[in-house]
Design a protein around this ligand. Structure first.
Ligand code: NI
Length: 265
């Protein structure tokens, strides 16, 4: 079972670094070429019945993952859940979905035009999770979505893929703190997301997170090519709970700021 999960993450990783070259460079800076352990992998979708959070989650549940936490992001109109595998060496999975009933008619029109192009056959196995877009979007529609929801615009441009991978700083050799990781990244010229401060969270909420700003990607829109933000890399440091084991959940206030790593610079 773990092998099947590892194969899936391998596919997601390869697709992710195609548009996130900085992640590969950061791998070399932090890991010196050796394997890094991921804390979690994050995916995005719309809450349309055939492709919603639950549908994406099913592919992970079939591989032994269990739902462990629910989160709501009112201002961004998102719901999210996180999933854990009994094999603790496997990354957690964080899946969010945009609540379309809270969005404008115009946004709904554009999204349904795109999503209606998905062939049901694409949904029969977990390759859907790294299937990218099943449509082409115009730059004008991208901008219209961006005006209302950065999340919707990102989904329209990039589709189904890992939005980010997250290095477990606890399991990262040679680093004791998230601050140390951030310093190494900045010393090597990487730009961090400073929304809500470089470090989101604290020992008080048992989780600290930081992230790079998304790499710029030259996107071939229906009508023109434009550079837009793609995917980013995240770093997480977890603190022990009273029982001694590391906290495994997420902190909504921090995740809210991490979402902004794909905002336009
Ligand atoms: Ni994350």
């Amino acid at each position: 079972m773990s092998q099947k999960v590892n194969e899936l993450f391998d596919r997601l990783w390869k697709q992710y670094i195609e548009i996130t070259p900085s992640a590969n460079k950061i791998h070399k800076v932090l890991g010196g070429g050796s394997e890094l352990i991921n804390d979690h992998v994050a995916l995005r979708t719309f809450n349309i019945p055939n492709i919603n959070l639950e549908v994406l989650a099913t592919f992970f549940i079939e591989m032994g993952y269990q739902e462990k936490g629910q989160y709501e992001f009112k201002f961004k109109k998102l719901n999210a859940k996180h999933f854990e595998h009994p094999d603790k060496t496997l990354p957690k999975v964080f899946i969010s979905e945009l609540r379309l009933e809270l969005c404008s008619d115009n946004l709904n029109d554009i999204v349904s035009r795109l999503v209606s192009q998905i062939d049901d056959v694409a949904l029969i196995d977990n390759s859907f999770l790294y299937s990218g877009t099943h449509w082409q979007v115009s730059y004008q529609d991208y901008l219209a979505l961006l005006d209302e929801s950065e999340y919707a615009a990102w989904m329209a441009a990039f589709g189904f893929r890992a939005n980010h991978f997250t290095v477990s700083v606890n399991l990262l050799k040679g680093y004791e703190t998230l601050h140390g990781v951030n310093q190494a990244l900045k010393d090597n010229g990487f730009v961090l997301n400073t929304s809500g401060g470089e470090i989101k969270g604290s020992v008080g909420v048992m989780l600290e997170q930081s992230s790079t700003l998304a790499d710029q990607h030259l996107m071939a829109f229906l009508d023109q090519n434009k550079e837009i933000p793609g995917c980013f890399y995240e770093f997480a440091y977890r603190y022990p709970q009273e029982n001694g084991s590391l906290y495994q959940g997420f902190v909504a206030a921090s995740a809210d700021k991490i979402f902004e790593s794909t905002n336009r610079r």
